[in-house]
Ligand binder design. Structure first.
Ligand SMILES: Nc1nc2c(ncn2[C@@H]2O[C@H](COP(=O)(O)OP(=O)(O)OP(=O)(O)O)[C@@H](O)[C@H]2O)c(=O)[nH]1
Length: 401
């Protein structure tokens, strides 16, 4: 569950809320520790070729530098609307923009511009009389009242940040879920925590440490994703299957599944359309309850069941077979723009489109007591071969236990 990435920031918020005087909060020398942590995670992100994080780490470091520089001055200024009123609004908007904007390569001028624009805007904000402009806007005074228990967070921040958080969470749920999106949201939350505690550099610094831990967690999940998830179908791939088979329970069953006459389908409609079919198949299989689907390789998939009830297995195999055979695939003419990227084909049909269906054959067997994973897969493959031989578009279940 990628939302686990929020854990370091949530734990920090709980600790700061209930035990703000914990000895650990005064242990680390800030701001040096925060910059060291950010530099370490920057190096790791580059090593793992997750260069998108460079934008975030640079923006986070600039935010902390500006906060560090400005917080001492603001306490002296002692004005109700000051730079710390403006900073959360600036940082929150810039981070939302960074989350939504496409990230060009940093070696290209557009990428370099995006990388430097965050720090540049923050530096510019230091010299512009933003708090004076905010005062001149003559908003109702109540919006500048601080929230109970907060020194810097006003009702204006609360409303503004609620809107940003809402937009952000909607965008996370609309786009395919990816650990990076939760990591970016965690960084944004940590930024707000750092402003809430800007009167105490050590506490604000701990917010940066929490953001760094969230980025580390995200990088770990991104690496797991790369190692275990098949890019085309978004299903776990063979490495994940083998790890599942090695810890398979005594009562379980395995099914090999293969698209019928897929070579002919590719030859007729093209390899790209074939890819879209595999993608759709991945999406269909992942939605069927009571089984775990893997892409075994090519046009072959593996289904793992955590029971060996013959009747339930027969029902489920039939459900899978029918779900695929009855799904109308809308094939577009090659010169029309494809909208299949969202993993679903449109059901409607218009001029220039053609509806086709594909069928699958399934070969399933029940795990024997001390059977090794490879032997189990081999028997499932034999059952699949029997299904192909029997005419395709059927499921063969070998009930030998
Ligand atoms: N588009 C696409 N095609 C693939 C992919 N992986 C394998 N294939 C194709 O799947 C086809 C598999 O063909 P065969 O193994 O001969 O079997 P088949 O034509 O499906 O016939 P039966 O399995 O006997 O029904 C080959 O043409 C491969 O090129 C892929 O990732 N994308």
């Amino acid at each position: 569950m990628p939302a686990i990435i929020l854990l370091p920031v949530v734990l920090l918020l709980i600790a700061l809320g209930f035990y703000p005087h914990l000895a650990v909060f005064t242990l680390l020398p800030f701001p040096g520790t925060a910059y060291l942590a950010l530099a370490t995670v920057l190096g790791l992100a580059l090593l793992m070729r997750q260069t998108e994080w460079v934008y975030w780490i640079v923006l986070l470091a600039s935010h902390f530098a500006v906060l560090h520089y400005q917080s001492s001055r603001v306490l002296i200024a002692d004005s109700p609307i000051n730079y710390l009123t403006v900073l959360p609004l600036l940082s929150a908007s810039m981070m939302l923009a960074l989350a939504l904007l496409p990230k060009p390569l940093m070696t290209k001028p557009a990428g370099l511009l995006l990388l430097l624009s965050g720090p540049a805007l923050l530096l510019l904000s230091l010299v512009l009389p933003l708090s004076t402009w905010l005062t001149a806007a003559q908003l109702p005074p109540i919006v500048f009242n601080t929230l109970p228990g907060s020194q810097h967070f006003t009702w204006l921040h609360a409303w503004f940040c609620t809107i940003i958080a809402g937009l952000w969470l909607i965008s996370i749920n609309l786009a395919p879920r990816h650990p990076a999106q939760w990591g970016q949201f965690a960084v944004w939350l940590a930024t707000l925590v750092s402003i809430q505690y800007s009167h105490n550099l050590a506490l604000a610094g701990w917010a940066i440490i929490a953001a760094t831990l969230a980025i580390l967690l995200t990088l770990a999940l991104q690496m797991l994703h790369l190692a275990y998830i098949d890019e085309l179908t978004q299903l776990p791939q063979r490495r994940a299957l083998m790890s599942h088979l090695n810890r398979l329970g005594r009562r379980s069953a395995v099914c090999m599944l293969d698209v019928d006459h897929f070579k002919k389908f590719n030859d007729t409609y093209g390899h790209d359309v074939g890819d879209q079919v595999l993608k759709l198949l991945g999406s269909l299989l992942s939605q069927i309850k009571g089984l775990t689907a893997y892409r075994y390789g090519g046009e072959e998939f593996t289904l793992v069941f955590n029971h060996n009830d013959v009747e339930r297995l027969e029902e489920k195999l039939e459900e899978v077979r029918l779900a695929v055979a009855e799904y109308p695939l809308v094939i577009r003419k090659p010169n029309r723009p494809s909208q299949a990227d969202n993993g679903k084909q449109q059901r409607g049909r218009s001029a220039g489109e053609k509806t086709v269906t594909v069928t699958i054959s399934l070969g399933c067997c029940i795990k024997q007591k001390t059977e090794a994973p490879m032997a189990l897969l081999k028997r499932a493959d034999e059952a699949l071969y029997a299904a192909k031989k029997a005419g395709r578009n059927i499921a063969v279940l070998n009930t030998a236990q």
